[in-house]
Design a protein around this ligand. Structure first.
Ligand code: S3P
Ligand code: PEP
Length: 426
């Protein structure tokens, strides 16, 4: 695919629904009593995998465009699937659904694509096993496929070694089926959509600092949910507006939950001009519009508590850093190695292709920014949606058009990405 260079970007864009929130709305709706109506649902392949898994467990889900209706059957209403649950490319589906499957009175097996079969599952297998779950990695390699058999679950207090909302959510969901309260403490707070949304569905869930706790066997009831736009998808337009000279982009409907808004903090630290407009709360989540203006950027250091709040945006931030003046250090982000691709390696390789000065480290990378040294390139997506989108944005700001193979992977989280991006080229 040819990736266009742009002289200027102008216009308004509405961001598709948040991936994390869309997954959760389907899952929590399925195990609640009554109907859950979801608007602005993300029609990305990952969220469609979640829908298909619950349909295979007897849940009727109507999906018409961005409007989804889930006919929930309550905490104990799922039925045994007659075939394998296919989670596709989605780590979120895999880890969250595992918490639910561990608590069922039937057996099940899940599997996904080649990338999913390499992603680490010990982080959920260990706590689920200590709750008494009968869960196995079928190939005994701590990866999918995973198989579940009925077991009695016990409440635990778990100290998670990783700041991961997927791990936290998996354990909390298993806690719904346990015989006593369950709590999870993380080293650093990760995104809290599960805590916010499960509480709205009627769960007894509390959060204090980095600990979330849940009581078993609540009566969950269906809800209407409007999904805010995904800040992880907005990140590409934030970066594009900051990098392409003379640009001004109004990005409508962006979720800015403080556990997700690290991209804004990083952009401000780099000198980015981004105005927050029309702040409001939608279905319990903070939302605003963002007005992004082309900016002269400088390097910064990104690490510590900020990392979980911008983990999926690091490929995009690394590209921005290559155009900024001075050095950007990204640290404490070893989790990048276990995403859809090893994002430390794949970002480094593509940055080098465009002439950037980048050194990968064990837990991130160091980038010496210098716009003048950058040139057009043939990129690879590595079949990773975030890599494909980040380097399509890089191409806009490089001196000539670029190329990339395997670009259709953007369908995972943002099917209309290329159309929306090229629509802003003046
Ligand atoms: O809970 C979620 O919806 C997600 C959590 C993050 O993963 P980890 O929990 O592995 O950090 C993130 O990278 C992923 O895109 C979505
Ligand atoms: C890591 C991601 O998703 P998941 O873990 O759900 O595959 C992502 O969307 O960048």
């Amino acid at each position: 695919m040819e990736l266009k260079h742009a002289k200027q970007l102008k216009g308004t864009i509405s961001i598709p629904g948040d991936k994390s929130i869309s997954h959760r709305a389907i899952m929590f709706g399925a195990i609640s009593e009554g109907t859950t109506e979801i608007t602005n649902f993300l029609q990305g392949a990952d969220c469609l995998s979640t829908i298909s898994c619950f349909q295979k467990m007897g849940i009727s889900i109507e999906n018409t465009n961005d409007h989804v209706i889930v006919h929930g059957k309550g905490l104990h209403g799922l039925t045994a699937p007659t075939e394998l649950l296919d989670v596709g490319n989605s780590g979120t589906t895999t880890r969250l659904i595992s918490g639910i499957l561990a608590g069922q009175s039937f057996s099940s097996t899940l599997n996904g694509d080649a990338s999913i079969q390499k992603r680490p599952m010990k982080r959920i297998l260990a706590p689920l096993s200590s709750m008494g779950a009968d869960v196995k990695s079928v190939k005994s390699n701590d990866c999918a496929p995973l198989s579940f058999s009925p077991a009695k679950l016990h409440g635990i207090s778990y100290e998670s070694p990783v700041a991961s909302a997927q791990v936290k959510s998996c354990i909390l969901l298993a806690g719904l089926y346990a015989d006593a309260p369950t709590s999870v403490t993380e080293p650093v707070l990760s995104r809290n959509h599960t805590e916010l949304m499960l509480s709205a569905f009627g769960a007894k869930i509390t959060s204090e600092n980095t600990t979330a706790s849940i009581l078993p066997e609540p009566k969950l009831h269906g809800l209407s949910i409007e999904v805010p736009g995904d800040i992880s998808s907005a990140a590409y337009f934030i970066a594009a507006g900051l990098l392409v000279p003379d640009s001004e982009i109004l990005i409508r409907n962006v979720g800015i939950n403080p556990t997700r808004d690290g991209i804004l903090k990083a952009a401000y630290a780099m000198g980015g001009q981004i105005e927050k407009l029309n702040e409001r709360t939608v279905s319990g989540e903070l939302v605003c519009d963002l007005l992004v203006t082309y900016s002269h950027l400088k390097g910064t250091t990104i690490g510590g508590e900020l990392i979980p709040t911008l983990i999926d945006e690091i490929p995009m931030i690394a590209v921005v850093a290559a155009f900024a003046e001075g050095t950007t250090i990204i640290k404490d982000a070893a989790e990048l190695k276990v995403k859809e691709s090893n994002r430390i390696d794949t970002v480094t390789e593509n940055l080098k292709r465009m002439g950037a000065d980048v050194t990968p480290t064990e837990d991130g990378m160091i980038i010496h920014g210098n716009r003048d040294s950058l040139h057009e390139a043939d990129f690879e997506s590595y079949l990773d949606h975030r890599i494909a989108m980040s380097f399509a944005v890089a191409a806009l700001a490089l001196p000539e058009n670029c190329h990339m193979k395997d670009t259709e992977c953007v369908n995972i989280s943002y099917p209309t990405f290329y159309k929306d991006l090229t629509g802003l080229i003046d």
